[in-house]
Design a protein around this ligand. Structure first.
Ligand code: SF4
Length: 345
């Protein structure tokens, strides 16, 4: 069955026409999908009964409910979503995760864009799964609509499973649905995309959207970065930063750098100073993340004290630098831990 979720009013107009519905039904269907968040076509009550039946013969709305939800002691909730991905001629079943992080005045949903990931970052549980397919726009939007907190979400971050710029066309469509007046009508300031720096798609993202950007940096020395992030061989972090210098991040749009800290690997003053040199002149901030241990990677987190010294050294250069609080570690929902596992209660 084909899915309506992810279509624009223009493509819905064509679908409507093929089902014998008037052209303006395209806009009506978009309203049902993105503003009223209807679960099935039968609920689109301003379409004719015959039109709804013709539509339902070929399409479904496309919302997949979560198959599991676990709550952390800190209130973070991790949802598990079953997806079916097309890999070549083959269909693969997989589980992806979305994580809802509550804060005093925010409800942020961290969503997945791929089943697994082909980027192979050594410290990341998703990277260890390998690549099992791109999520469709419907699969990604479904995560946003199907969580219990859907109507209260304040922010979306593309920081879950997968490299969003490796599935750019579908991610771009989701951003369009989230920000268009016919869609969710959100400001792009409520959306952040996190990438390890896939340069050609990053250029498109910067030109085509106004969303915030987070770049996974993790080591300022190219040879050391290459040891933990194979992407460095294809797209040098220095070239990523050169590209960012061509854009304005002094106003509404922000760029931040994610820096996961590993004991003895990237946490000394040599690294802090090189990080400052690399980012000099760019309006940005740095978020330090304590590494969360995963099976298959020998790294360990540094102590609080080491992280504080590192933060203070970077901040003293004038670059805002903070240590990000870990959320949801007890349910494997923290950064780098997502592996699509169903956990037994
Ligand atoms: Fe993929 Fe991101 Fe994990 Fe790297 S850190 S393997 S890009 S999900």
């Amino acid at each position: 069955m084909k899915k309506l979720l992810g279509h624009t009013p223009d493509s819905l107009k064509e679908i409507a026409a093929a089902c014998g519905l008037p052209a303006f039904a395209g806009k009506q269907i978009a309203q049902w999908l993105y503003q009223k968040k209807v679960r099935d076509i039968g609920g689109m009550t301003n379409l004719s009964k015959a039109g709804r039946e013709a539509l339902a013969a070929e399409y479904e709305v496309g919302i997949t409910p979560p198959s599991d939800c676990r709550q952390s002691s800190d209130g973070t909730r991790k949802y598990l979503f079953p997806v079916v991905c097309q890999v070549g001629n083959k269909e693969e079943r997989f589980n992806v995760e979305a994580v809802m992080i509550p804060e005093e005045d925010r409800r942020t949903l961290c969503i997945s864009s791929q089943a697994g990931c082909r980027m192979g970052c050594r410290f990341c549980a998703t990277g260890h799964l390998g690549f099992h397919g791109n999520l469709s726009a419907a699969d990604i939007l479904s995560q946003i609509i199907a969580v219990d907190e859907s109507d209260d979400l304040t922010n979306i971050v593309f920081m879950g499973m997968g490299e969003p710029l490796d599935n750019y066309d579908n991610v771009r469509r989701v951003i369009e649905v989230l920000t268009a007046p016919w869609g969710f009508g959100w400001s792009p300031k409520r959306i952040t995309l996190s990438t390890i720096g896939v340069i050609p798609k990053l250029e498109r993202f910067l030109a085509e959207t106004r969303c915030h950007l987070a770049v996974s940096l993790h080591n300022p020395f190219p040879d050391e970065r290459r040891d933990i992030m194979p992407v460095q061989k294809a797209f040098d972090i220095r070239d990523v930063i050169d590209l960012l210098h061509r854009y304005d991040f002094s106003g509404q749009r922000r760029v931040s750098f994610e820096y996961t800290m590993f004991s003895g690997l990237n946490d000394d003053k040599r690294h802090a100073d090189a990080l400052v040199r690399l980012l000099r002149g760019l309006e940005c901030r740095v978020n330090l993340i304590r590494f969360h241990r995963i099976p298959g990677f020998e790294g360990a987190p540094p102590s609080e004290g080491v992280m504080t010294v590192f933060r203070d050294r970077v901040a003293a250069s004038g670059i805002p630098c903070t240590i990000r609080a870990s959320r949801g570690e007890d349910i494997d929902a923290a950064c780098g831990m997502l592996a699509g596992k169903k956990q037994l209660p």
